[in-house]
Design a protein around this ligand. Structure first.
Ligand SMILES: [Fe+2]
Ligand SMILES: [Fe+2]
Length: 301
């Protein structure tokens, strides 16, 4: 077990590229910050899995159904792994985390506070939301100071890469399809572009502890920009319009510049009062209650 006498010693350890392990006597503020971050990630994976599951029976054709079934299993698996990593930090037990989530006391990513209206919404999620998650997780994976999280992310990121490709393949089917299919995707893109921009979070404040302690290695703006530079040209190439009237290319750098972001909708989701927050939390509770018999049979608390 490593012990740091002062916060300066700990900061220096992090700056020098050190990795913190669960048995270390880490500063309580670091433990809390890392826990908060991983708990939110775990909650979001669980909600992502439930969102996928809804579409298993609705996906067109047996191959799509199989793919959605596999993706649902992946996301629930990611949630399991992350809840274990979070529980090892001994801030809350796994049961407490689940209780808080079902009671609406915990946070989960903004994109899971919205309703999916059509099959194309689910494709936007599989392509753009998984790609956004991949962008943020790759940045954490690079040099996250908390060892168990960095190691578990290696596996999660490889599966998220498959999810994104799966989303892209479905998107291409619609892009090459009928005008109705193309319009359906465009309408979904119009609904989801702002939530996807919000996904990266508001501009990172100076002194952000997650950056100081190398849990995150990039600011929210840098991650959002990386995503925009890659996906704006892709969407345009596939024949779709990015719904941002102020979007343009900087004449000297050639980089894409997005318009100002209105953060009101993100703030609502952060307080669990987004457009579909209550229904999503209720769905997760029903799902948890309906599977109680499995936990009882396996003697899992
Ligand atoms: Fe996932
Ligand atoms: Fe995923």
């Amino acid at each position: 077990m490593r012990v740091w006498e002062t916060m300066e010693d700990f900061d220096q350890f992090i700056v020098n590229g050190g990795t913190v392990e669960p048995g270390d006597d880490m500063p309580s503020a670091y433990r809390q910050e890392v826990f908060r971050f991983i708990e939110m990630h775990a909650n979001s994976e669980l909600f992502g899995g439930l969102c996928e599951r809804y579409w298993v029976s609705r996906a067109p054709g047996v191959h799509r159904k199989l793919a959605f079934l596999a993706k649902t299993q992946d996301e629930i698996g990611h949630a399991h792994l992350l809840y274990m990593v979070a529980a090892d930090l001994a801030v809350k037990s796994r049961a407490q985390m689940i209780d808080d989530l079902m009671a609406g006391r915990s946070k989960f990513h903004n994109v899971f506070h919205y309703k999916t209206h059509t099959w194309a919404d689910q494709i936007v999620i599989a392509y753009l939301v998984d790609a956004a998650a991949l962008t943020t997780q790759q940045a954490v994976l690079k040099q996250c100071s908390y060892g168990p999280y960095r190691r578990i992310l290696r596996r999660i990121v490889s599966e998220e890469g498959f999810h994104m490709r799966h989303g892209e393949e479905m998107l291409l089917t619609l892009a090459d399809g009928t005008v109705t299919q193309q319009n359906m995707f465009q309408a979904a893109l119009d609904r989801w572009w702002e939530p996807v921009m919000h996904f990266f979070g508001p501009p990172t404040k100076d002194g952000d502890l997650l950056i100081r302690w190398r849990v995150k290695s990039d600011t929210n703006e840098a991650l959002r920009d990386r995503f925009v530079q890659k996906f704006v040209p892709m969407l345009q190439e596939y024949g779709f319009v990015v719904p941002d009237p102020a979007l343009h290319r900087n004449a000297s750098t050639g980089k894409w510049v997005i318009g100002d972001i209105d953060w009101a909708a993100l703030r609502a989701t952060q307080s669990n009062v987004g457009p579909d927050s209550a229904a999503r939390i209720e769905l997760s509770k029903q799902s948890w209650d309906n599977t109680a018999w499995v936990r009882e049979a396996l003697h899992v608390p």
